[in-house]
Design a protein around this ligand. Sequence first.
Ligand SMILES: [Zn+2]
Length: 316
Amino acid sequence: MCEITTYKISADLQKHYDPTKTTSLRNLFASKMKQRFVELQKVVKTSIVDNDCFGLKREKLALHQMVPASKEAFNFIRSSEKIEAFMVWLQQQVDKGILDVRVFQQVGGSIEGAWTNLYIYDSYKRGVLRAMTELKKAGFDIPENQLQISMNNPFHVDRVGLLFIRVYSDLKGITDAMDSQISRILAQGVADGDGPALIARKIISTINGDGADKLGITDTLGRFVSGQRRAVMLARTEIIRSFAEAQLQEFENWGILGVSAEAEWQTAQDDRVCPICEHMQGKIFTIEEARGKIPAHPHCRCCWLPYIKELEKYKK
Ligand SMILES: [Zn+2]
C-alpha cells in the first residue's frame, strides 16, 4: 500500500533554540578567528612602539646604538619606503597568522589547507550527521558506519572542498581590504607626523574597529567595518553555510537509495529570528532551489529538514 505521508517536524525539534546545534562550534571558530587578529594587533604594537620599527624615537636611538636588526627595520629616509616595508611585513604576518595554510588531517589522509578548513569540515560533518539522523527518525535503516562512508562520498568531498576555498578567499578578501585600510591610515599618520604610540593605536583600531571615530580613522576611511569584525562574522556565518550545504548534499545523495527528498526551511523559532527567516519557516524547496539560500544573512542560524513526500513506501 502506497500511502502519501507528509514528513512532520517533531515537537521537541521545534523547540530547539539552535537548530544546527553549532553554537559552541561557531563560538570556538569565532574566538579562534579573533585571537589571530588580536595577535596581529600585538605584533603591530610591538613593532611600532617597542621596537620603533620606523625609527621615530630619534632621541632614544642615540642612547641605544646596539639595537637588534629587527628594530628600526623600516627606518628608511623616505616615508613611502617606510610604509612600503611595513606593508610587506604586515602582509607576511597576515599570511602566517591569519590566512595560515597548514597540513590538515582529513578522512583518508592529510592535505594542505587553511586552518579554517578544520571548523568548516567539522560543521559539514555535523550537517551530514544531522541529515542522517533525520532519515533514521523517518524510519530508514542507517548503518553505524554510514557517516564515515558518506564523508568519503565524492559529492561531499567536492562540496566541502568548495566551501574551504570560499571561506579562505572571503577571509583573504577581508584581510586584503584591511591591508589597504592600514596602508592609508599609516600614510596619513606619517604625513601628520604622529609618534609611534599614536600610529600603533590607529593601526590597531583599524584592525579591530575600536575607537575609530575618536582616532579620526573614520575621517580617513569613511564608515567601515573592521577586518576583525568582518572575519569573526564570517566564521559564524560559514559554520551555518557549511552545515546547511552538507544537509542538502546528503539529501541529494539519498536519491541513490531511492529516497527523493526536498528541503524544508527550519529557523531557530525563537524571538531572535529575523523577519527574513521568520517568513521562510516551513517553506519547501527542491534541493537545487535550496542551494545557497541558508545562511540568509550574516549570523543566520537556520538549517534544513528533509521533506519526503512519499515516505511510507520506502519504510522497512
Ligand atoms: Zn536564518
